[in-house]
Each structure stands twice: as structure tokens, then as C-alpha cells.
Design a protein around this ligand. Structure first.
Ligand code: XIL
Length: 390
């Protein structure tokens, strides 16, 4: 790759992360007075390629590095906590986990009234034994739903029946894990304003829950979860929470639930992001506005794809450079999380190592590859060390 492509890639990152110089506007700018000449702008510098190289000595624990700042976690599978040496790796680096799939309705309940908690229990029991907190993901979602939830004899069930089924499901599942799950993603991805190929009504996703029950499905789900475990923290979770339209819908939902006295404790920001989008500041704004309403924030599913944006191909650059840019991006997000540590209780990544990621190669979005630390890992460690010094 040519040097100019490197610079172009770097400026893409700098612009969105707010560290680039604004474009020159000589024609419009007033001439500087002789007494106060404008300082010459420093040239944009490409990242130092050796910035996030492996360090000597033992690999530090991420959770320990962030001890007293916020919890750090990852999405895991029961196999990873039960087999081989991965459980040591997880217990070393993380103090909160979430099941990537095993606590979703399709995995817990194949038939009405029947539940199989075997795999999920193994994961949760392991976490409890190791004093690791568990995020429960997720109770009400349009994907990976329980296959029996919406129909009977091939037809949609009535509103009343769906409410009764949703209540039964939430009571069974939250009740089963009562006292062992720290926080639940009660509702996942209810909004999709302006999203292509998604049917929406005023920004609300026309999921089966919305279609059959109407928008009240959310408050009902939160009430049912609270009945089943009054001590569990209850979250609304979504992707692209930084987008202004989605931010507005989430804040409106929270205000509405609060007005009605519905228990909601936090907003989960999935944070599946790319090398150059979205802007870190946009997510920061959502986090701050959520906090203004008195709610907590969790970053629930973070990963940083090597693509520059949604649907774009991975740039044709050497892995080394892309991994440095990815590290810069992780650094910017973690700087923001640290700035807002009084509003954020936990930051979780969506998988342990690139080869486990739900995003297939070439996205390579996580902190480890083949379970070895990537530059992104060192970037996260550096920000943690800096946070501790403050
Ligand atoms: C993904 C899992 O990672 C995949 O293994 C599965 O096939 C589909 O679901 N948002 C969410 C997560 O809330 O539950 C999704 O997890 C990723 C996007």
C-alpha cells in the first residue's frame, strides 16, 4: 500500500474520532493579525506502527487493569467455560460474562411450557463459582425467538394469548436464574428507524411482539421480569444507539416507562462498530443523555470490524496497519468510556478471539487472535492504565 493510501485511511479514522484538523478554509478565514499569528497547524501524523506491539512479561488481565473503573466482560459459550483451558483465560481477563446464544429463547424453550436450562446453567454456575457476574441475554427479541411463541395451529395468537405466553416465558426464565443473573437485556432491538429492508411504524420495528401486542409489549416485559426477580437490573439493549433517531426513540421510551412507574435500570449499547464509523462522540452523547434520565449504561457487545463502515469491504491494506487502526479505534472508545466511567458500569466485547466472532473473516473485530493479544488488546490495556493514574 502506498504512503498516501495509508494517510487517507488514517485521516478517515482521525476525522471520525475528532482528532483531525478541520479542513483548511483560507478563503473565508479572516487574515491573522500581526500581533497574534495563527499557529501553523501540525501535519496529520499516521499512527506509529509500533505503538501497540506486544510487551515483555506476562500478559496483563483486562478486568484487573480496569478494576475500580468499570467491569469488563465478554460473550462466551458453555464449551469455552467448561472445556480446555479457555475457562482460565476467561476468569483471568473478565469479571462479567454473557452467553452468546445459550440464554436466548430459541435455545431455552423449544415447546410451550418446556424449558431446557442444562447448558445455560453450566455457564451461569461456573460464573457464580468464579465470582463473575452474568448478563442475561435476552428475553424479548424478534430473532432467535421461542418457536411456539407467536402462533397456534399455524395462525397468529391473539394479543391476550401472546401476553400470557410472554409472561409465562419471562417468569420461567428469570425465575429460574433468580439471584444468579446480575442484569437482563429484557428487550432487544425494538427500534430500527430509517433502516432499509426493515418494516417499521414510527421507528418501531414491526416485530411479531409489536404487531400482535402493540408498543406496550415493552412495559409488560419489564414488569414481568421485575416480578420474577426484583433484584435483577433490567436493560433495554440495541445496536446503533448512537444514531440520533434511535437515540430519540430510546430516550422517549425510557421517559414513558418512568412516567408509568415501570422498572427499567439501564440501556445496553451493543457497539458493533467499524474502523471509521460511527463517531465516538455520538455514542458518548447517548450515554450522557441516558444518565441524565437516571439510568445506567452497559456497553454490551462491542467489536470493531476492520471494515470502514457497514456493508463496505475491508480496505486493501496490510494486516499490520489495519490492526493498528483498529487499536486506535478501540483506544478512542475506551477513552470515552473512561471519561464517562461514572455513568458506565460494564463494557463487554462480543467474543473472546477473532476466530470465535459472529463476524466472519475478514472482519477480525476482537482483542485476541488465536487467543493471543492483538494491538487492540494493548490499546485497551494502555487506556486502563492511564485511567488508573488519574
Ligand atoms: C448473534 C450471535 O453472535 C450469533 O452466534 C448468532 O448466530 C446470532 O446472534 N446482536 C445481538 C446478539 O443482540 O444476540 C447477536 O448475537 C449479535 C447482534
Amino acid at each position: 500500500m502506498t504512503w498516501s493510501t495509508r494517510l487517507a485511511l488514517f485521516s478517515l479514522i482521525s476525522i471520525v474520532s475528532g482528532c483531525a484538523h478541520p479542513p483548511a478554509r483560507e478563503a473565508a478565514a479572516p487574515a491573522p493579525t500581526p500581533a497574534a499569528p495563527a499557529p501553523a497547524p501540525a501535519p496529520a501524523e499516521p499512527p506509529r506502527p509500533d505503538r501497540y506491539v506486544p510487551r515483555e512479561g506476562p500478559v496483563p488481565s483486562i478486568a484487573q487493569t480496569y478494576d475500580g473503573v468499570f467491569l469488563v466482560g465478554a460473550a462466551v459459550t458453555p464449551g469455552q467455560v467448561l472445556m480446555g483451558s479457555t475457562h482460565e483465560f476467561i476468569a483471568r481477563h473478565f469479571n462479567v460474562i454473557v452467553a452468546e446464544n445459550e440464554m436466548k429463547p430459541v435455545m431455552l424453550s423449544r415447546r410451550e411450557g418446556q424449558y431446557d436450562f442444562n447448558m445455560a446453567d453450566q455457564l451461569v454456575d461456573w460464573a457464580v463459582k468464579n465470582e463473575i457476574k452474568v448478563r442475561g441475554h435476552t428475553l424479548v427479541w424478534h430473532q432467535q425467538a421461542a418457536p411456539w411463541m407467536f402462533t397456534k395451529d399455524g395462525k397468529d395468537v391473539s394479543r391476550d394469548v401472546l401476553i400470557a405466553r410472554m409472561r409465562a416465558y419471562i417468569h420461567a426464565v428469570v425465575g429460574h436464574f433468580k439471584g444468579r443473573v446480575w442484569a437482563w437485556d429484557v428487550v432487544n432491538e425494538a427500534f430500527a428507524p430509517g433502516e432499509p429492508n426493515v418494516e417499521t411504524v414510527g421507528g418501531w420495528r414491526k416485530s411479531d411482539f409489536y404487531r400482535i401486542i402493540g408498543p406496550e409489549f415493552i412495559e409488560l416485559a419489564f414488569r414481568f421480569a421485575h416480578e420474577a426477580d426484583p433484584d435483577a437490573l433490567l436493560f433495554y439493549n440495541d445496536y446503533a444507539t448512537e444514531q440520533p433517531a434511535k437515540r430519540a426513540l430510546i430516550l422517549e421510551l425510557v421517559r414513558d416507562l418512568q412516567k408509568k412507574g415501570v422498572p427499567i435500570h439501564g440501556v445496553g449499547h451493543q457497539t458493533h462498530v467499524y474502523l471509521s464509523s460511527p463517531p465516538v462522540e455520538d455514542l458518548e452523547q447517548t450515554i450522557q443523555e441516558v444518565a441524565k434520565l437516571g439510568l445506567r449504561n452497559h456497553v454490551t457487545e462491542m467489536d470493531v470490524s476492520l471494515r470502514t463502515g457497514w456493508g463496505r469491504p475491508v480496505e486493501d491494506a496490510e494486516d499490520d496497519l489495519l490492526f493498528q487502526l483498529q487499536a486506535e479505534r478501540y483506544a478512542k472508545f475506551f477513552q470515552m468510556f473512561v471519561r464517562n466511567k461514572d455513568k458506565i458500569d460494564a463494557v463487554l466485547v462480543w467474543g473472546l478471539s477473532d476466530e470465535h466472532s459472529w463476524l466472519r473473516p475478514p472482519d477480525a473485530p476482537l482483542l485476541f487472535s488465536e487467543m493471543q493479544p492483538k494491538p487492540a488488546f494493548w490499546a485497551v490495556i494502555d487506556e486502563g492504565l492511564r485511567a488508573k493514574k488519574k
